[in-house]
Design a protein around this ligand. Structure first.
Ligand SMILES: [Zn+2]
Length: 313
């Protein structure tokens, strides 16, 4: 009946939200049912699909006086709160009746193909999932790692990927597209990809072991690093393990480089044939936006988990 918002209530509600981060035009934060969900508009326009990336805003979890939407079973949180948060998040996506489908993620390049009837009661181990089945909400958990959602708009297939540095070095994004091609006959040109919030080059400082791993795997790796990548990755410096021990007091700190994992994953999607104009990255850094997101780098064990989720209605 009363369609005019009460300005006092609206002001109070808005006041509880941190200032909105800057987003590219294809992205939108939507508040629904007390939680705030990040949507990629090109995926939101597909009628048979549900998707979204969570933020920490809202939710039942309580830490240091802050209510938050933690979606992972972490040590400090109550399991009942996590279950309630998952329901809230799924409802906000319009996926309240769908089956929450997670994995025991282990920083691998393992891709799981899920059928409706094979969807296991206990999560399987893996770091990417794909399905053509209706009713499954594929949910990957992150707290700095890169969440990637894929949709084959012609064949109606969806996938969700968790890519930390190890998974990225193991080419999990490329491998997932390859598995879609092999298992479902997906054409890469029919894929739309959304890259959600992750730690970015501004904040993700890594050591020579990571630089070395990427340098040995990718000729293009230098494009994703800031800092003395060449000397760290090629072995001009002593080997990582020896060299880490050579840090006596008073000497320079070990050299570090900054890695942009999202850029490395974008490159992999393009290398797998996904058109660059159909890869949408939200650009948000989890560590820079700790008021909206969870960052393991920033908060350590006390952080929560974000979720990127996608499914077929
Ligand atoms: Zn940052």
């Amino acid at each position: 009946m009363n369609r005019i918002a009460n300005p006092r209530t609206t002001a109070r509600r808005r006041a509880s939200l941190p200032a909105s981060p800057h987003l590219p035009p294809e992205w939108k934060l939507r508040r629904r049912g007390g939680v705030v969900v990040l949507e990629s508009l090109p995926l939101a326009r597909i009628p048979w699909l549900v998707h979204g990336f969570s933020t920490r805003v809202g939710g039942a979890s309580l830490r240091d006086g802050e209510r938050m939407l933690n979606l992972g079973y972490v040590e400090w949180d109550d399991r009942a709160h996590v279950a309630e948060n998952r329901q809230k998040f799924a409802r906000a996506l319009g996926a309240g009746a769908m089956q929450w489908t997670g994995m025991r993620q282990f920083h691998s390049s393992t891709v799981r193909i899920l059928r409706r009837d094979s969807s296991p009661p206990t999560p399987c181990r893996g770091d990417a999932m794909a399905t053509r089945a209706h009713g499954l909400l594929l949910a990957v958990q992150t707290a700095d790692c890169v969440p990637i959602l894929l949709a084959d708009v012609r064949k109606r297939i969806v996938a969700a990927i968790h890519a930390g540095w190890r998974g990225t070095a193991a080419r999990i994004a490329q491998k997932t597209v390859g598995d879609l091609r092999m298992r479902f006959g997906t054409r890469s040109a029919d894929l739309v990809a959304a890259i959600g919030p992750s730690i970015r080059g501004c904040c993700y400082e890594v050591g020579p072991d990571v630089a070395h791993e990427f340098g040995s795997q990718f000729a293009e790796a230098h494009q994703w690093f800031d800092g003395p990548f060449a000397s760290l990755s090629t072995g001009d410096e002593p080997t990582p393990f020896l060299w880490l021990q050579f840090d006596p007091p008073g000497h320079d700190r070990p050299k570090r480089v900054n890695l942009d994992l999202a850029a490395a994953n974008r490159w992999q999607l393009e290398a797998a044939g996904v058109p660059s104009g159909r890869i949408y990255s939200c650009g948000l850094c989890t560590s820079c936006h700790a008021d909206w997101l969870f960052s393991y780098r920033r908060e350590g064990q006390r952080t929560g988990r974000l979720v990127g989720a996608i499914g077929i209605r």
